[in-house]
Design a protein around this ligand. Sequence first.
Ligand SMILES: NC(=O)c1ccc[n+]([C@@H]2O[C@H](COP(=O)([O-])OP(=O)(O)OC[C@H]3O[C@@H](n4cnc5c(N)ncnc54)[C@H](OP(=O)(O)O)[C@@H]3O)[C@@H](O)[C@H]2O)c1
Length: 271
Amino acid sequence: MWNFFNNCTALITGASSGLGEEFAHQLAPHASRLILVARRNDRLESLSTHLRELHPHLDVRVFAADLTLPERRHALSDWLTNEGIDVHVLVNNAGLGDHGHFDSSDWDRVENMLDLNITSLTHLTHLLVQGMIVNGRAAILNVSSVAGFFPLPQMAVYSATKAYVTSFSEALAMELRPKGITVTALCPGPVPTEFFDTATRPGEEETASRFKTFPAFVVSPQEAVRAGLQAVARNRARVVPGPLLATAVAVALIIPFCIVRRILAIKSTSL
Ligand SMILES: NC(=O)c1ccc[n+]([C@@H]2O[C@H](COP(=O)([O-])OP(=O)(O)OC[C@H]3O[C@@H](n4cnc5c(N)ncnc54)[C@H](OP(=O)(O)O)[C@@H]3O)[C@@H](O)[C@H]2O)c1
């Protein structure tokens, strides 16, 4: 599988923690260059130093940016052009959640989530895709979620954003396949990262503890990222990491939705 990534330039958004950091670690031995993007520059710099020590051949660049800002997305694209950097693998990983009822949500948090999970992912893809087509064989890996398959109460906006990411990725995969670009939606269930801290509203109980009701579906960041990269190398449009969760999703998708809706409604009261 790693042949696909040999000597590639990979751009990873949200590389300062969690899955993004793990993407950097798994791609580092194979890629020739990594571009690490997120807001926390100190984290990106220390990851970059660490990766350079482990892989002296690797060219690691850091670009600190708040991707919810269109001008920072343009700045990233302009910087790549000015540096003469062609991106072969785009990992649209940056994303965040908000746990709680929609009627009591804070609009700024909701808007930030829409901007990051939907607009920024779509815009960055738009900015880079032409160059990727010109370069020939390339890949886009969009980090979605199992939440994208099911409208989750108390994660209503988050799951809707991930439904967008999965749907966008599937359509793009069909459009871009003849042009030599693989597009994959990685749809993890719960993964222990900083995601749950970020999704917890100020003053609320930590969201992570609520997900302990689904221990069988939890996968490690290593497993989730490996499944995503494997799916890219195999030119798969979508992957759910973890055999148990993948089976549960496959079964849930053939159950009549009126039954799924009841299960989700009951489950949501225990979250
Ligand atoms: N963990 C899970 O259970 C789970 C399950 C399914 C899907 N996912 C998806 O996996 C992806 C990665 O999340 P994670 O679990 O690794 O969570 P995480 O540890 O919280 O990582 C989120 C990353 O997004 C970056 N980010 C947040 N706001 C940003 C902004 N405005 N501009 C640029 N970067 C920003 C963060 O960096 P800075 O704060 O430094 O900017 C961080 O690197 C997300 O798309 C998430 O929806 C996670």
